[in-house]
Write a new protein. Structure first.
Length: 393
């Protein structure tokens, strides 16, 4: 298996171009930096610059205004101009500029954003004149999701957000304290989740982030996927190994996320079928054990590091200097292994469910989550082919 099959979203100047040519053939670009005029020129005709001859995917950066990186309301006309400057072809894959409603907004506010997102979609369809543009279905209730789908005129291929990161504000806090710029999916939770005042023992008040309840997020996702059955759905976000399998089980055709890179920043590595392990000084996940190391050795010969002795690689992933690159690329590689495992269960939801039930038999969180979504799928389905898009910002 080659890492040249990985889809990568990134800011071009942050990646070593030699490394890109060596490891990746198909890429997904976030165009968010290009909303600043001075940066557009460095990205023009990116396909020619990198010698790409296959499909390129483009992420509009539609969440940027929510997380404060874009101060003004996004302009779909500008997004179209950027897509054209990048030299997209009819074979490329484009995601619309969208405006995701937040769970804690009023019903009226959510409906307004749903309508505005659909308006943006049709503006871009008319200007780009391509059937490769993905409209994004939004909503937190069944009627909101139906309205969004109706306004997009029910296409066969579309996208929907997973909203997983709205459950985990601690991730942003951990990274933020270390002044690291790391994507955590579609949302920067500190700005998406509203704060509320609570009383302290001293009689004062402090602000606390409101997490979206876990069951609310999963319930909404099941409702959406029941509605979108048999379509080619790109679920935005949520591509750590466990969430990837969960999303494929409920019908995702494509998923994306930055978990592979975030885990590397947090000194975690993925091990096929076993989950996350901590290799840093602080124990954020369970420590790497003999069983995990044995599995790593089995897959190491296919990895992008196979020319390096395994013992040397193990030293590198724990190193303070340069260790992040090794951890992140290893995690990306493992996600492609998990993608391959998922495709062993294509078109067979019952067998896939049994596999995951066994895989998570000793993990109460994922076992509960698996049963929660399985019971809510009206008629479970798994796509014929499933792909993971790896994102970096």
């Amino acid at each position: 298996m080659s890492l040249r099959l990985i889809f990568l979203t990134h800011q071009l100047e942050e990646i070593d171009r030699v490394q890109i040519h060596k490891l990746f053939n198909e890429m997904m670009f976030s165009v968010e930096p290009l909303y600043e005029k001075k940066r557009v020129s460095s990205f023009v005709n990116v396909r020619r610059v990198l010698g790409l001859d296959k499909r390129v995917a483009y992420d509009s950066g539609g969440f940027a205004f929510l997380i404060g990186r874009i101060k003004k309301l996004p302009d779909p006309h500008k997004t179209c101009i950027i897509y054209k400057l990048l030299g997209f072809t009819d074979n490329d894959f484009l995601i619309q500029l969208d405006l995701p409603p937040q769970y804690y907004m009023s019903k009226e506010e959510r409906i307004e954003l749903i309508k505005k997102s659909a308006e943006y979609y049709w503006i871009m369809v008319n200007e780009l004149k391509t059937d490769k543009l993905l409209g994004v279905v939004h909503g937190w209730t069944e009627d909101e999701l139906k309205l969004s789908l109706e306004l997009l005129e029910d296409p066969d291929r579309l996208a929907v957000g997973c909203n997983f990161s709205t459950m985990k504000p601690y991730v942003h806090d951990y990274i933020g304290k270390r002044r690291k710029c790391v994507a955590i999916g579609s949302y920067n939770v500190k700005t998406v989740l509203p704060e509320r005042l609570i009383a302290t023992h001293s009689g004062s008040a402090e602000k606390v982030l409101q997490r979206v309840p876990r069951d609310v997020v999963y319930e909404r996702l099941c409702t959406a996927m029941n509605m979108l059955r048999d379509r080619e759905v790109f679920i935005l976000g949520g591509s750590n190994p466990n969430t990837a399998h969960l999303l494929f089980l409920i019908g995702a055709r494509y998923i994306d996320g930055a978990s592979w890179r975030l885990a590397g920043k947090l000194w975690r590595i993925y091990v096929p079928e076993l989950g996350e392990f901590s290799v840093g000084r602080k124990r954020i996940s369970k420590r790497l054990n003999d069983e995990a190391i044995k599995v790593m050795k089995e897959y190491y010969k296919e990895s992008p590091f196979s020319d390096m002795p395994f013992e040397e690689f193990m030293k590198r992933i724990s190193a303070n200097s340069g260790g992040f690159i090794f951890r992140a690329l290893w995690n990306a590689y493992v996600l492609k292994i998990e993608e391959r495992i998922a495709n062993e269960y294509a078109n067979d939801p019952d067998r896939y469910y049994k596999y995951l039930r066994k895989r998570w038999s000793n993990n109460s969180y994922w076992k509960h989550t698996l049963d929660f979504v399985w019971k809510r799928m009206k008629k479970a389905y798994v796509q014929e082919k499933m792909d993971i898009y790896l994102k970096i910002k």
